[in-house]
Design a protein around this ligand. Structure first.
Ligand code: ZN
Length: 122
């Protein structure tokens, strides 16, 4: 885990992953409300992990994709040791616990990140 002045706390990979590889399986407490450390499993059902999964940072062009059904993180790209593991919060969340202005720097950066529901209603 690192603490970055710009992005806050995040999870950094210690080992390399190839595109398509499983990065990790996560678990946590099932909740019916969102917190800063939850991911949405389905509408109204959230999994909270304030220690690991909940600290994965957002990127609009992330290096990991999330399978909420099986609670898995897969590598979307090759990941080098020392690289932050990132995901797209709008791939899981209908509405973010706290929306924010993204500064990921990806050419495809969407700017304001608020959730799937917010994205579909301009
Ligand atoms: Zn972005």
């Amino acid at each position: 885990m690192i603490s970055d002045p710009k992005f806050g706390e995040g999870i950094v990979s210690k080992i390399p992953f190839h595109r398509g590889e499983l990065i990790f399986r996560f678990d946590g407490q099932l909740r019916d409300t969102q917190t800063l450390f939850t991911l949405q499993k389905k509408p109204g059902v959230y999994i909270e992990d304030p220690y690991f999964m909940g600290k994965i940072l957002h990127c609009c062009d992330p290096n990991a994709s999330v399978d909420m059904e099986n609670q898995l993180f897969w590598a979307r790209k090759d990941i080098q040791p020392g690289e932050l593991i990132t995901m797209d919060y709008e791939s899981t969340e209908d509405e973010l616990f706290r929306s924010f202005h993204c500064q990921c720097g990806a050419p495809t950066c969407r700017g304001r990140i608020a959730g799937k529901a917010a994205k579909s209603t301009p």
